[in-house]
Write a protein that binds this ligand. Structure first.
Ligand SMILES: Cc1cc2nc3c(=O)[nH]c(=O)nc-3n(C[C@H](O)[C@H](O)[C@H](O)COP(=O)(O)OP(=O)(O)OC[C@H]3O[C@@H](n4cnc5c(N)ncnc54)[C@H](O)[C@@H]3O)c2cc1C
Length: 316
């Protein structure tokens, strides 16, 4: 028996969620007195994971563009070779594409949206966020192979240095007839999935010309930027920033919503955030009922003052 974690990388670097998945796996491995193995794609510095409790890392080298079936196949094969029984992953969009396929290939049960640490592995009962984060369900995984998909920021990152062994695994090359065009994302931007803090803007900001407010606040806080659905539908912001039921899920530690009404479909995607702050000039806006802190006021007055105050606080 071994516990195996899928360590997601971006441009060769381990994502923050990989460190959280490792920390979770380490604790489970310690409690069950077993080894913790990791599998990553194209890590350029595998040694960086040493601090987070991995005993052995299989670094799969592949030139394949993202394809859930191919990646799932590689993960399943390596999981079995490592003697894995429990597979732990994060909750990124890529993971949610790959792991349903892994679960079919391994004939494994798969619990997504896991928000807590299990009290044991026999039985393995997992607390999961459900009903768009309005409640919890407890799910028992009973199959031989089990997959745990943890929500970002639900466990935390803990260091535990190990004597790491790294094995390189060369995957087959991609079909050379396939032409791949890549688009580089803005390198300075923090991704919504990995962000500790997200600053989000809604239709209350009136137009794209006013987004410097959201961006300035995000920059001051080291946050990612997001928006409501109508904002991206109108082309004020890219679709990659749309959060909510039909957009990206957010599970940040702090979520600041500016000029967002708090419609049920928006809240569905951000409910897992730990602390929600709303700035809205309508005291009846539904967001106030879901928020931990609220400022009733005009965003065009409140946000510049907030940025100013934060800058002064940071320079002290
Ligand atoms: C099937 C379906 C799926 C959907 N999925 C999503 C989704 O994933 N994500 C999503 O966001 N929406 C989604 N929606 C849309 C959702 O129902 C709302 O229409 C949308 O979230 C509203 O966006 P908003 O809050 O930016 O705009 P509005 O509802 O127009 O709210 C703007 C808010 O700004 C405030 N405001 C105005 N001026 C100021 C000011 N100067 N200062 C401060 N506040 C101000 C107003 O009081 C208001 O509360 C979905 C809808 C459907 C039907």
């Amino acid at each position: 028996m071994a516990i195996v974690v899928y360590l997601e990388t971006e441009d060769g670097n381990f994502k923050k969620s990989a460190l959280e998945v490792s920390s979770y796996g380490r604790k489970l491995a310690d409690e069950t007195k077993t080894n913790l193995y990791g599998i990553a794609f194209n890590s350029s510095d595998p040694d960086k994971i040493r601090k987070y409790g991995i005993d052995k890392l299989v670094n799969i080298k592949t030139d394949h563009v993202f394809d859930a079936r191919i990646f799932a196949d590689l993960l399943s094969k390596n999981f079995k070779e490592l003697g894995g029984t429990i597979f732990i992953t994060g909750s990124s969009a890529d993971s949610r594409f790959i792991f349903p396929v892994v679960s079919i290939l391994l004939d494994a049960s798969y619990a997504t949206n896991v928000v807590d640490f299990p009290s044991g592995i026999s039985p393995l009962v997992l607390k999961r966020s459900a009903f768009t984060n309005k409640g919890f369900v407890f799910t028992e995984l009973k199959t031989k192979y089990k997959i745990i998909g943890i929500l970002n920021n639900s466990y935390g990152i803990f260091e535990s240095e190990r004597k790491l062994e790294v094995k390189e695994y060369m995957a087959e090359s991609q079909d050379s007839n396939l032409q791949v065009e890549s688009i580089k994302e803005d390198e300075e931007k923090i991704s919504i999935a990995d962000a500790e803090i997200v600053v989000s803007g809604g239709r209350g900001l009136k137009g794209p010309e006013n987004w410097d407010l959201v961006e300035d606040l995000a920059k001051t806080l080291g946050a990612a930027t997001a928006c409501s659905k109508p904002v991206s539908d109108m082309g004020w912001r890219p679709h990659s920033e749309h959060v909510g039921q039909t957009g990206k899920p957010v599970a940040s530690n702090l979520y600041i919503a500016i000029g967002v009404s708090g419609a049920i479909q928006h809240l569905a995607g951000i409910n897992a955030s730990k602390c929600k702050v709303v700035i809205n000039n309508d005291p009846e806006a539904p967001f106030f009922k879901a928020a931990d802190y609220g400022v009733i006021g005009d965003a065009f007055e409140v946000v510049p003052k907030l940025i100013d105050g934060l800058k002064k606080f940071k320079s002290r």
